[in-house]
Every structure is written in C-alpha cells, then in structure tokens.
Design a binder for this molecule. Structure first.
Ligand code: PNS
Length: 166
C-alpha cells in the first residue's frame, strides 16, 4: 500500500528568504507534498501580514517543484496538532549553525513527546545561505544595505518600500 508522504515546513517567514526557498525546493524532492505553513501569532508583531507572507511564498515557489507539490497555508496553535490534521508524517526544518541545532533539538524533542508519529527532518542550509536570517535581512535593508540575491525579488521590493519610506 502506498501512502503519499506529506511534510510541513513551518515558520514565521517574516519575510521569506532564498534560504527558505532552497529548503522548500529540496524538501519537495523528498516528499510528495510539502505544506509551507506560516505561523499566525497575534502576540508577535510582524513586518508583513500573514496574507503578504503567503503571497511572497506563492510567487517565489511557483516553478520550483512540479505543480501541486508545494502548498502554502496558515496555522495557529500547536504545530503537531496542525500536522496531524493534515496527515503529515514529518516536519522539515533548516539548520544553519549550532545555535539552530540547539533550538531545533528542543522543539523536535517536545514535538516528538506530543506526537511520536510525527518526525522532524532537518536539512542543512546551503553554504551560500548559512548566514541569512529574516531578522538580519530586515536590519540590513532598514539601514540602507542591499540584500539582492538573498531574498526573492518580490520580497526585496516590498522590504525597501516598507522599511525605507519616510
Ligand atoms: O521560523 P521560526 O519562527 O523559527 O518558526 C518557529 C515555529 C513556527 C516552527 C514554532 O514556533 C512553532 O512550531 N510554533 C507553533 C506552536 C508550537 O507548536 N509550539 C511548540 C513547539 S515545540
């Protein structure tokens, strides 16, 4: 019996970087369906709305995998409960450095305790994106630096419009 392998790629994506896009593309080679799931957290102020973040992901990921392999969604609450509702067996996360490893290890262990049937799969970030984070991207753009090549063009344009006005 064959079952489709569904993975969730969760995150804040405020905003999406090319490091995220690379991980989504690679995850789509490993799984039949990858759901990029944006955490909607009313307690955390984001630069971009959930709908804007969703639109960036849709635009940047169009064509990175065969049609239907990548979906974009929003979620609230516990990740493992959302993953179980979708029938996902894996949560995909990227690792850039040892700091990420400690953070991911704690989340993976907690998620495994909550839902033993859902595994966390960590992919090593590509060398060229190992230093890229959404936080650093926003800081650099707000201070007038360029992030061309580190974020999708649609994201870069909106970062400049949002952070450099006034
Ligand atoms: O891109 P981020 O901000 O590092 O992503 C963190 C995210 C969204 C994966 C994590 O905060 C999460 O899963 N939040 C949902 C709430 C939850 O399940 N918390 C328990 C995690 S152990």
């Amino acid at each position: 019996m064959s079952q489709s392998r569904i993975a969730i790629f969760p995150g804040s994506f405020d905003p999406l970087t090319n490091g995220h896009v690379d991980l989504i593309r690679r995850a789509a080679r490993l799984f039949d369906r990858v759901v990029v799931a944006i955490l909607v957290n009313p307690d955390k102020e984001a630069l971009f709305t959930a709908d804007e973040r969703m639109a960036f992901i849709r635009e940047a990921c169009a064509g990175v995998a065969p049609a239907g392999h990548i979906e974009v969604d929003l979620f609230q609450g516990l990740l493992v409960e959302y993953a179980a509702r979708l029938g996902a067996g894996a949560v995909v996360r990227g690792l850039r450095n040892t700091g990420d490893l400690e953070y991911e290890r704690a989340m993976a262990s907690m998620n495994a305790r909550l839902a033993p049937s859902i595994d966390t799969v960590c992919l090593l970030a590509a060398d060229e994106y190992a230093y890229v984070s959404s936080r650093l991207i926003k800081e650099v753009v707000s201070l007038g630096g360029t992030v061309t090549g580190l974020v999708p063009p649609c994201v870069e344009a909106q970062l400049i419009a949002r952070l450099r006005k006034g």
